[in-house]
Design a protein around this ligand. Structure first.
Ligand code: DAH
Length: 333
């Protein structure tokens, strides 16, 4: 009698290393399995047939896997950050007409456009920053546990790939101080790539995009902030939205809030399904002081949140990782 388990491991091994894995399905061993059926007692045939069938299913799955693997090997590697093909001896520019803007770039431009039309100046955030802008100027005391959630990576020189776009707040405030004191106000957003020490899954990435906003004047209020945010989200999603907030702690705001919208029915939402979109609040007096702005005279609000989340909701994208991954097999025609 043929030992099916033993045969399975032998054939699986052969499939893994074969260049023609499908041939294994037609091998002599398989033929012998079928040839053995008439020699069996009728009472044994049922169980035997089932075992042979299961064997075939597992072999077929292994063949499909091996075939996919072989296809991958034949894809030439491409350094997507190089403006020419790295495999060429001379730099040859890649044909740009084959590409399009990345959806995140397009949506980020859309976000920036909406806020610009609302009167906010837009500045790109830095991709390498320092402890002062990441923590000190944002009212994170030395060794405070609130730093933990934002601790990402550091270069040997102590520079930080920032974990949020709030690193730009101090610069925005300092730059705007004069206009503020001349009777104007500060209204700016900063946007860009941020980094976290994160376990990657469908809703968490180590690298992602944020947009941050800051408004400072003599009379800024939570009411103005909620109105600003609601207007933004309603323009972005092209419809009226319900909003709500709940208290949250961020060292750089007091009070601090989480801002949520009700998931629109047009985007598959049910009433009462709230989606937290960003953190926000009234700028902490210490943050104003760090930019030499007098908190007795001026007040401000700020907010910050991820771009991917906005885009995922808009287009029904289920997995955050799709933004940075890509199946090149479809390219070869
Ligand atoms: N920087 C925060 C984060 O990434 C988000 C945030 C919360 C930004 C509150 C703000 C704010 O400006 O006021 O988790």
């Amino acid at each position: 009698m043929i030992n099916i388990d033993e045969l399975r491991s032998r054939l699986l091994e052969r499939i893994k290393t074969s260049d023609q894995p499908r041939d294994v399905l037609k091998s002599d061993e398989i033929k012998q399995l079928y040839a053995a059926i008439p020699t069996l007692e009728p009472s044994e045939r049922g169980a035997y047939g089932k075992a042979v069938n299961e064997l075939k299913i597992s072999l077929e799955a292994a063949v499909a896997l091996r075939e996919a693997e072989m296809e991958d090997v034949s894809i030439e590697t491409l350094d997507v950050t190089a403006p020419w093909g790295v495999n060429e001896t001379e730099p040859i520019l890649l044909p740009t007409q084959q590409g399009t803007q990345h959806p995140l770039t397009r949506e980020l431009e859309n976000v920036v456009d909406i806020f610009t039309r609302m009167g906010f100046e837009a500045v790109e955030s830095r991709q390498i920053d320092d402890d002062h802008h990441m923590f000190g100027a944002l009212n994170f005391p030395e060794n405070h546990p609130a730093r933990d959630g934002y601790d990402t990576f550091r270069t040997e020189e102590g520079f930080i790939p920032p974990a949020h776009t709030s690193t730009m707040q101090n610069r925005i405030l300092k730059n705007g101080k004069k206009a503020l004191e001349d009777g104007g106000k500060i209204a700016a957003i900063s946007y860009g790539r941020v980094y976290r020490n994160e376990d990657v899954d469908a809703t968490h990435e180590h690298t992602f995009y944020q947009c941050e906003g800051v408004l400072v004047s003599r009379d800024a209020s939570l009411g103005q902030m909620l109105g600003t945010l609601r207007s933004f989200f309603e323009v972005y999603y092209g419809q009226k939205l319900k909003i709500k907030t709940q208290p949250a702690y961020f060292p750089f705001v007091e009070p601090g809030l989480e801002f949520a919208i009700e998931k629109p029915a047009a985007l598959g939402g049910k009433p009462g399904e709230w989606l937290e979109m960003l953190g926000c609040g009234m700028i902490h007096p210490n943050v104003l002081r760090a930019a030499d702005i007098d908190p007795e005279i001026y007040r401000g609000f700020a907010w910050g949140g991820g771009i991917e989340r906005l885009v995922m909701l808009k287009y029904g994208i289920e997995d955050l990782r799709y933004f940075e991954s890509y199946d090149r097999r479809g390219d070869r025609h």
